[in-house]
Design a protein around this ligand. Structure first.
Ligand code: NAD
Ligand code: IPM
Ligand code: MN
Length: 373
């Protein structure tokens, strides 16, 4: 029997709370579908800093490199806000992404029909929404050099005397590989890609547009490609989000646009993601799965967190790392059923109100629904 290895990194804040619900889901698949998972758990973010003085130990990094898939909860929180930049919780997450070379971050935004009235936009704008943002994840301004905060000694007119620097840098190779990921995914969906940059003001944006076009013309002429300035893209996402199928964009624009897309679906607590790298020896991509949301310090420890983003991230692991597409579909159907039944965590309470269920109750309902869908 195949055993699927999974490293769970719950992290901080609501991370451990939502991860406990994924554990129930994994247990269900083991007991009822004959699947075998080799699950291990380790520390990341503030939790790792508290124990090891670093947000990701070398030993944890090595474990992440050796498993079929990593599932991460969330990192960060006010307790760690004043730490030195190099040991902030977020650095642990960025190290995982960079050293595993997870260059393609898939952030699907789907509006479940049962939630169409909870979106901040009108039902007729979001009903049936199904878009996929492919965010470049290992380069751009997040990692470009030079970077830092320096004394601005030669500039007496600079009040305060300091300068903060980050560099937006993309190579053609980095753009081409994430563009290929987007075109491949588009072929399995609506066959349309919209690439977003700011080629009107940034040289890296001009290169982005040219290289995406090159990959299209030479390798994917059958896929429909359009280009859009990212600011217009933000506006179009709110104006008429269903015009998009796959959006491919850089690291920073992808971060912003995917948070905006999250709200179209009803709540940030709904959005999963998959961060994929190059294929490993077994042909599956190196991969980490993480909800799009953060550690939500404002609701930590209150049983209010919506576990669906993390549970749907596990569904993406079933699909992309374990080749268990039918089981992924089953888990997504279970989530859809529970929502259709009117089960809601507090973040999904509309203006009409109602009684929300707790994080744990939502997990239990989804597990119960797995047997019925
Ligand atoms: P956040 O995503 O943690 O929270 C934003 C808002 O959404 C909050 O009101 C929160 O209560 C709500 N929310 C988020 N997830 C929810 C869920 N599952 N259920 C219900 N409500 C949910 O963003 P933030 O407040 O800007 O950041 C808090 C910390 O998280 C920071 O330290 C930040 O760096 C970190 N962060 C981590 C990740 C990650 O680990 N991938 C992502 C984003 C932010
Ligand atoms: C995300 C987060 C991260 C990012 C932070 C926590 C490093 O916002 O995953 O969207 O900026 O990429
Ligand atoms: Mn983000």
């Amino acid at each position: 029997m195949t055993t699927y290895s999974l490293l769970i990194l719950p992290g901080d804040g609501i991370g451990p709370e939502v991860m406990a619900e994924v554990r129930k889901v994994i247990g269900w698949f083991e007991q009822n579908r004959g699947l075998s998972f080799d699950v291990s758990e380790d520390l990341v973010g503030g939790a790792a800093y508290d124990k090891h003085g670093v947000p990701l130990s070398d030993a944890t990094m090595a474990r992440a490199q050796s498993v079929d898939a990593v599932l991460l909860g969330a990192v960060g929180g006010p307790k760690y806000d004043n730490l030195d930049f190099s040991v902030k919780p977020e650095r642990g997450l960025l190290r995982l992404r960079k050293e595993m070379d997870l260059f393609a971050n898939l952030r699907p935004a789907q509006c479940f029909d049962a939630l169409a009235d909870f979106s901040s936009l009108k039902r007729d704008v979001v009903a049936g929404l199904d878009i996929l943002i492919v965010r470049e994840l290992t380069s751009g301004v997040y990692f470009g050099e030079p970077r830092g905060i320096h004394a601005d000694d030669n500039n007496p007119e600079n009040e305060g005397g300091r300068v903060g620097i980050n560099t937006q840098r993309y190579t053609s190779g980095e753009i081409r590989r994430v563009a290929r990921a987007a075109f491949e995914l588009a072929r399995k969906r609506g066959n349309r890609v919209c690439s977003m940059e700011k080629a009107n003001v940034m040289e890296s944006g001009i290169l982005w547009r040219e290289e995406v076009q090159w990959v299209h013309d030479n390798e994917y002429p059958d896929v429909e490609l359009s280009h859009m300035y990212a600011d217009n893209g933000a506006m179009q996402l709110v104006r008429n989000p269903r015009q998009f199928d796959v959006i491919v964009t850089d690291n920073l624009f992808g971060d912003l646009l995917s948070d905006a897309a999250a709200m179209l679906t009803g709540s940030l607590g709904m959005l999963p993601s998959a961060s994929l790298g190059a294929p490993m020896a077994n042909g599956r991509p190196k991969a980490m799965y993480e909800p799009v949301h953060g550690s939500a310090p404002d609701i930590t420890g209150q049983g209010k967190a919506n576990p669906i983003a993390c549970i749907l991230s596990f569904a993406m692991a079933l699909r992309y790392s374990y080749d268990l597409g039918a089981e992924a579909d089953r888990l997504e159907r279970a989530v859809e059923k529970v929502l259709a039944d009117g089960v809601r965590t507090a973040d999904l309470m509309g203006p009409q109100g109602g009684t929300p269920v707790s994080t744990s109750e939502m997990g239990d309902k989804i597990v119960a629904a797995l047997a019925e869908v």
